[in-house]
Design a binder for this molecule. Structure first.
Ligand code: ZN
Length: 249
């Protein structure tokens, strides 16, 4: 069974549709979502509905939590907070209830799914380097732990027998391509962001793997950025949220 892992869709329907089309073209049997279905973009309801109907497993992101009033949105930056308030007003009761009910983490045959740091999922800490990755890797029992939240693709690996060793960090330098997942190691995998990439490449990003998980494929997909930007502007959301989609930051 092959699967796709998507994270940080952020209400960008154009990106979600392009990524799912690319995933199914590759013959994936199912897909998982690591949270932040909503926030920033102008299509929260279609993104929630598509995810709710089709994803095999979904976990809660910090924006989903803020929209569903599970966490205090005052901790977010002003742009994110404006988007949270707009999103809450633009989702129906069923969609809000769905976001409210999402788990902080989930175990599937592919590994542990969580939006942020698996050590404390609700603290929403970012894993950005070897030190935080090593701590997270030492805390997990699963061979693979899938995380999002930074909107940057990444892979950190550590030997099973030596989890104190600082994790090696590697991924295709271009943000796309296939990387091996050696046996005898634990892996922390960030598939990047579908709807608001921040690694300088505006294309949507996701990962495909299979149950054996001997390798990962990081995939980038071009989508109609101009259409997503236009909807953000028309919705009256902060201009910056439209602009940043164009340069992937
Ligand atoms: Zn996010």
């Amino acid at each position: 069974m092959s699967f796709a892992v998507l994270s940080d869709i952020h209400a960008n329907l154009e990106a979600l549709e392009a990524v799912l089309e690319a995933a199914f073209r590759r013959g994936v049997d199912k897909w998982f979502c690591l949270g932040d279905i909503v926030g920033y973009g102008a299509d929260p309801a279609p993104c929630v509905e598509r995810t709710r109907a089709a994803a095999a497993q979904v976990v809660l992101g910090n924006h989903d939590a803020a929209v569903a009033e599970r966490t205090d949105s005052r901790t977010l930056n002003p742009y994110a907070r404006a988007a949270v308030e707009w999103t809450t007003a633009n989702l129906g009761a069923l969609d809000l209830e769905y976001l409210h009910g999402l788990p902080l983490s989930a175990s599937v045959p592919a590994g542990l799914l969580v939006h942020a740091d698996p050590r404390q999922p609700a603290a929403w800490n970012y894993i950005t380097g070897a030190a935080s990755a090593a701590g997270a890797l030492a805390s997990i029992k699963a061979r693979c732990c899938w995380i999002g939240h930074t909107h940057q693709p990444g892979l950190w690996s550590v030997p099973d027998q030596d989890t104190a060793r600082v994790a090696a960090q590697s991924w295709p330098p271009t943000g796309e391509g296939t990387v091996p997942l050696p046996a005898g190691q634990r892996h922390l995998i960030n598939p990047g962001s579908v709807g608001q990439p921040r690694d300088g490449d505006p294309r949507g990003c996701f990962v495909v793997s299979d149950d054996e998980a001997t390798e990962l494929e990081f995939i980038r997909v071009a989508y109609d950025v101009a259409s997503a930007q236009r909807k953000i502007r028309e919705a009256g959301l902060p201009e910056l949220l439209a602009d940043r989609l164009g340069y992937g930051r």
